[in-house]
Design a protein around this ligand. Structure first.
Ligand code: ADP
Ligand code: ZN
Length: 612
């Protein structure tokens, strides 16, 4: 036991980890970050999704005297975390626009009588004068700034209201501040440090590896919707998220999926708030559901059992990719990230950037991010390794399980075909789209004019099929030798970088197409990823596992919380395997702390008994 006034130690923290959260020991850099906070020092922590960022500030909030403040950008995120903490018996509340005046009064009363351990609040809510004044009167254990990358305009999710948080350093001078995020490249990290005045604080950056994620990416054909339907059909009974680039395509895709019998829901900012909230709840409550969403959905969505994330349209940067794909497999069990991308998407990305009202410097940085994203998607390097290198990790090994590791693309020299395509594009003068360019090369243009059929490039490309040409042209677009002007959905193809094009004409620059590797099943991953924690339920325990899940569903419905804040699948699987019959045995299960044992122990034991 510590003396009443001594600072809590890491041993105290470990005891809290076991008693309250039911976990045996710290993971990764958790212990280091917690040590800083317990000593009253500020810090910055970049830990991968599922790496247990929240415990880094939750445990010090519980142990240090005073209230732990958590700044979080989204209500859904706060709701989830607060519900989970309450399940574990932690005195946590949130103040946001959904809270009634009465609840608000109640919460303040608990703050002022020192009964509350943690308070979750939005940045704009916190930075109001009256809020700051009131909180200045209270003793604060720490201030955690979740999703801290939102402070940086170099990051992928800049939120202007996060900028105000820089003032916290002077308003609460003695209070340790903890900035945490899952994705930040070195430039973003620097920005976080400067903006939040953490220049002198320690920085903890864990590996970005997510060995439980199996990554694949493929060039899309057309809009790619047919392929999305196929991918979902191959993964029945699983929860997934599909990201699409526009509101319209989320609606269209969701309808198509529903027509195929998939429990799919569309989610985007154009929907009524109540409809959105209802669909989100439905998704979180379901054992298996597919959310088709724009990126308005997802930041901080904690559903741990998302088994796949499909990008029907590619993300905006590698950071966004990692964050969005990262929403799969939070429970540590095997999950997939599948990205469909096309050269037209790349053209759009540049065009969008061009039209943005930001400084040239920001445009340049964002433009580089677009290039790096497509270099990774269309490249030939292990995808997981490419992402980790992007974040500045060194000496990264191949993952051994992504599509590139399993079937490296074969490069075929197509310089001669490239020369033909480039001259044809030149002759056609950038007035036509890809289909017409191919018809021209193949000499198949419908109702061809005398002018066009008289061009020297008409019909010079009969050696390839339409698909063959499509691949060549895609490659030229990705290489920047051809350029596509989105032209409001009717893209036109013209020549790209003139010097480079000339180099191809002269044969000084070779062009090779990336032949898609043979089809393979993404789930068939080799044993390489040992650190992956797979949820395995033995055949003879299946019935018990399902009974536990049914009980959890009912319990969650009764309490109006998502099932996973009661217990995760991994915890139920462990119960089904070990069949704990005593309190001691229950507490040994990962994810069962004292509060949950007290709440649910009897129920669990009686289910185990009745099925045993
Ligand atoms: P993040 O916010 O970093 O994505 P969370 O804080 O939500 O991650 O934690 C992810 C999951 O890992 C949660 O289910 C949590 O209970 C679990 N977890 C966190 N720390 C530990 C630990 N030390 N041992 C076992 N499980 C842990
Ligand atoms: Zn790989």
């Amino acid at each position: 036991m510590t003396a009443p006034n001594a600072a809590p130690t890491l041993d105290d923290a470990r005891e809290t980890l076991r008693r309250v959260f039911g976990h045996n020991d710290f993971r990764g850099l958790q212990a280091d970050v917690i040590t800083e906070a317990l000593a009253g020092r500020s810090a910055m922590a970049v830990l991968p999704t599922g790496g247990g960022k929240s415990l880094c500030y939750q445990i010090p909030s519980i142990l240090r005297p005073g209230l732990g403040l958590v700044v979080s950008p989204l209500i859904a995120l706060m709701t989830d975390q607060v519900a989970a903490l309450q399940q574990s018996g932690v005195a946590a509340e949130r103040l946001d626009s959904n809270i009634t005046p009465e609840e608000r009064r109640n919460t303040w009363q608990r703050i002022e009588t020192g009964q509350l351990d943690m308070l979750y609040i939005s940045p704009e809510g916190l930075m109001q004068d009256h809020m700051l004044e009131r909180l200045s009167l209270e003793r604060l254990a720490l201030i955690a700034i979740d999703e801290a990358h939102c402070v940086s305009q170099w990051g992928h999710d800049f939120r202007p209201e996060y900028r105000m948080l820089g003032r916290l350093a002077s308003i609460f001078p003695g209070v340790p501040r903890l900035a945490v995020t899952a994705t930040a490249d070195s430039r973003t990290r620097e920005d976080i440090r400067n903006e939040l005045h953490l220049e002198d604080s320690r920085e903890f950056v864990d590996s970005f590896a997510r060995p439980e994620l199996v990554l694949t990416a493929e060039r899309k054909i057309g809009k790619g919707h047919a392929r999305v339907l196929e991918l979902v059909a191959e993964r029945p009974g699983k929860s997934g998220v599909i990201y699409a680039g526009s509101r319209d395509s989320t609606d269209v895709l969701a309808d198509k999926l529903v027509a195929e019998g998939v429990p799919a829901l569309a989610y985007h900012a154009g929907l009524d708030k109540a409809v959105r909230a209802q669909r989100l709840e439905k998704f979180l409550q379901a054992d298996a559901a597919v959310m088709v969403a724009t990126i308005a959905f997802g930041m901080g969505i904690d559903k741990p059992d998302v088994r796949f994330v499909i990008h029907a349209d590619p993300p905006h940067s590698i950071e966004a990719y990692w964050q969005e794909i990262g929403r799969a497999g939070r429970d540590g069990a095997l999950a997939e990230g599948i990205t469909l991308y096309g050269s037209a998407d790349m053209a759009w990305a540049y065009k969008r950037l061009d039209g943005r009202d930001v400084s040239d410097e920001v445009k340049q940085v964002q433009g580089r991010k677009v290039r790096q994203l497509y270099a990774m998607l269309d490249g030939t390097a292990c995808r997981a390794a490419a992402v980790r290198r992007y974040f500045g990790e060194e000496g990264v090994a191949r993952c051994g399980q992504c599509d590139i590791c399993l079937g490296p693309p074969l490069a075929t020299d197509t310089t001669e075909a490239a020369q033909k395509a480039l001259s044809a594009a030149h002759r056609l003068g950038g007035r036509f789209g890809r289909g017409r360019l191919i018809d021209h090369l193949m000499g198949k243009t419908k109702e061809v004019s005398d002018y066009e059929s008289g061009l020297s490039t008409y019909g010079i490309g009969k050696e390839f099929s339409q698909t063959g040409w499509r691949d060549v042209i895609d490659q030229l677009l990705f290489d920047g030798l051809l350029k596509e002007d989105p032209n409001d959905g009717r893209p036109l193809i013209g020549l790209g970088d003139v010097d480079e094009v000339k180099a191809v004409y002269r044969g000084e620059r070779r062009v090779s197409v990336r032949k898609a590797p043979e089809k393979h099943d993404a789930v068939r991953a080799p044993k390489a990823a040992k650190r992956r924690r797979e949820i395995v339920v033995a055949l003879e325990d299946q019935a018990l596992f399902e009974a536990l899940r049914a009980w959890r569903r009912e319990e969650a419905g009764r309490q109006h919380v998502p099932p996973y804040v009661i217990f995760g699948d991994a915890t139920l699987a462990e119960i089904a395997r070990d069949k704990p019959a005593s309190d001691g045995a229950l507490l040994k299960v990962n994810g069962i702390g004292e509060e949950k044992r007290a709440r649910y122990g009897d129920d669990i034991r009686s289910i185990v008994r009745s099925m045993g």
